[in-house]
Write a new protein. Structure first.
Length: 197
C-alpha cells in the first residue's frame, strides 16, 4: 500500500473561537503550504454551530481531492459534531488532526466563552481516522478529559507535554513537532479517490 503526503489531499484549516491570528501555528502552516486553506467564518467571536457547520460543509463539498481537517480548540468540536450531522459528506474526509480539544460541556455559554450549539461533546466514534493532540497544562480541558474524548472518538492520542492551549500564546511559529504529527497522520492514510459528486 502506498502512503500519502500533503499533495494528495485538500487540507482544510479550522480555527477555534476568535480565529487564529498572525502568531498562530495554523496561520504559519497556511502561509507555508499551498495545499492548506482556511475555512473562513462570518463571526469568529460569537460562533454558532449551525453557521460554522454550514461553512464546513460548503468547503468539503467544493474539494476535488480527499479532505484532511486540521482543527484547533473549538474547531475540533465543530469537526466532531459535524461528523454526526453531515451524512454522506463525511465520506470525503480522509482524516483529521484535532489539536487542543475544548471541553465544551464545561465551557459553552459561560460569560468568557460566547459560543453556542457545540455542546455536548459527541460520544460516538468518528467516521474517519483522527489524531488528538493535547497539552498537560491546557486551561480548556484536563488531560484526563482529553484522553477520554480521544478514546470515545476512536482517535490516536498524542501527549505533547506542556504547551498551554497550543495556540498563539505558545509562540510555536510553524510548529515543526505538529507538522511531524500531521505527516504521521497523512502517511497512515491509504490512497483513495473522493466519492463522485
Amino acid at each position: 500500500m502506498q502512503t500519502c503526503d500533503m499533495n494528495d489531499f485538500d487540507i482544510l484549516m479550522l480555527p477555534g473561537w476568535q480565529g487564529s491570528g498572525d502568531a498562530h501555528w495554523q496561520t504559519h502552516w497556511e502561509a507555508a503550504f499551498p495545499a492548506i486553506r482556511r475555512v473562513e467564518q462570518d463571526d469568529w467571536d460569537t460562533p454558532h454551530y449551525r453557521d460554522w457547520s454550514a461553512r464546513l460543509s460548503e468547503a468539503v463539498a467544493a474539494c476535488s481531492r480527499p479532505v484532511v481537517l486540521v482543527a484547533h480548540s473549538l474547531g475540533t468540536s465543530l469537526v466532531a459534531r459535524w461528523a454526526m450531522d453531515a451524512g454522506d459528506l463525511t465520506r470525503r474526509v480522509a482524516g483529521a488532526l484535532l489539536v487542543a480539544v475544548a471541553d465544551v460541556d464545561e465551557l459553552e455559554g459561560t460569560p468568557e466563552h460566547t459560543f453556542y450549539g457545540f455542546a455536548p461533546v459527541p460520544t460516538v466514534r468518528l467516521p474517519f481516522p483522527a489524531m488528538v493532540i493535547a497539552s498537560r497544562d491546557d486551561n480548556k480541558v484536563t488531560m484526563d478529559r482529553a484522553v477520554q474524548i480521544a478514546d470515545t472518538w476512536g482517535a490516536t492520542f498524542i501527549d505533547m507535554g506542556y504547551l498551554g492551549h497550543i495556540g498563539s500564546a505558545a509562540q510555536l511559529g510553524v510548529w515543526p513537532a505538529g507538522l511531524v504529527r500531521l505527516g504521521q497522520l497523512l502517511g497512515s492514510l491509504p490512497r483513495h479517490d473522493p466519492p463522485a459528486r
